[in-house]
Design a protein. Sequence first.
Length: 580
Amino acid sequence: MDFAQEVKAAADIVSVVGAHVRLKRQSGNRYLGLCPFHTEKTPSFSVHGALQIYKCFGCGKSGDVFSFLMELQGLSFIETLKLLAQQQGKEMPRKGGGPGADAAARTREGLLQVHEFTQRFLVEQLKSRRGAGAMRYLRQRGLGLEEIEEFGLGYAPSGDALMSYLKGKDLRRSHVLESGLVGQSDRDSSVYARFRDRLMFPIHSDGGNLIGYGGRSLEADRQPKYLNSPETPIYRKNAVLYNIHRARTAMRQSNLAVLVEGYMDVIGVWRAGIRNAVATCGTALTSRQISMLRRHCDTVVVNFDSDSAGQAAAERSVEMLLRDGLSVRVLELPSGLDPDEYCREHGGESYRQQLEAAPAYFHWLLDRSRTQFDLSTSDGRTKAFEHLLRSVVLLPDEVQQATTVTDLAQHIGLPQSLALAKLRGAAKPSSRSEAAPVAQADGLSPSERLLVVLLVSEEGARQQFLEKACEIAERGLPSRQILSALRAVEKADGPFRYEAVEGRLDGADRERLARLVFDRDRPTPTLADGEDLLAALQRQALEDQYQDLLRHIGRSGSTADLPKLLDRKLRLERELGLAQ
Ligand SMILES: [Zn+2]
């Protein structure tokens, strides 16, 4: 077994995928979740624990634990191997660069290194005399050493101390320039530090790599108040959520994410014991970020600032979240406090209660509409309802739309029948959801399907039944290509791999096989079923032959062949038990 095979054998695809996608067990070791590679509302992303493969029946992406991480995190094969090896505590064998050490991977590696060194520098600076002002600010905001360390906060001094620090490290100049941490003057192409006299918040990828910074100005009137890393090969601002790598476990456990506006809000609620909060890093919420959330939970509590900008941002974000099928609640804290301030003044327990009591989005919207519409008149009530209806139709599920509408009608004081009629008028025909993996008409008989599944999943079954099954199928059964691919892989050296079987099939058979393996409605065959399934296959083949023969006899004009054909017919009838 080479090193990659060893790492793959030790990795468990269900837990690797499960760290990024919320998976629900279907039956046996088949799991289903929302595809991280395309936007969907109905899960069609399937993971097979025993075969160590995944397949999306929406967008068609499929593969193993390596291709999953490569695709999801934009890593090369070598980087993925390294990552998994590291998690397993294995040392990578050294082999001078290796084939996958391509230019892009080297650049990413280099950029990550620049960030690592920079981080050490910024943390040192915060603890030094130069960082005293930043430290004072943090103390004022109630932060202790514990949070400062947990969140890796640092200080970027004015001047070019960072430049000299980085110069002393073994880093490529091109990587330092590309990191976004320095700028280059147009005039004389001299290099300067991008962040100066700023409190620094390191930003991590989903997987926990340090990929960029948000820097807060420490002078009250200095603009911009927050400066973020520019786009780089490792930092894409529309695909980043602050704190996601720490929050994701808690998000999955509670099936809930708290969406706040700023870095300090995340840290503030963390101090109060809330572990599932994330923040957008100075951008409006993007669909890419929403799909990051959806992989971990169904419900999002939006807790933005109470000022009008914050509320407008909340309303926009909520609409996007609803459209993507998340259930949304909105928390508006009393007396206009932001989450960080609230936790400092009232404590974590009180904030937790606020979170739990946060109203569903429509109730929040309804409360807001009370100030815009006069609900004491029937005209005002109708107008308010129509206003709310615009958001209701964003809900992806018609049942949900109807229950929300009746609920709202009751609160506003509108007849439910009228409300439902208005909903029917306003609702767009919803697009049909993606197909979950259900076996479709594939030409295979039920026992043929089960036999294929059994042979794919059990080595013992392959040893006992594969040869015979191939022999039977070769007489013209629809599964013959799949079975002969199975046999070829079984005979080859090395461990049996599902992907190797796929590799020997054309597109149609590959799809057929994947649907069979992931079909959620079929029973799971066991070794003990093998004999019966094989017998059924045998009978199916004979019946096919018999039908062919009958057609042939019917069409045949010559009488010379007839005795031979009738003789065969009789033999087949005996085998099938049709004749004595
Ligand atoms: Zn997909």
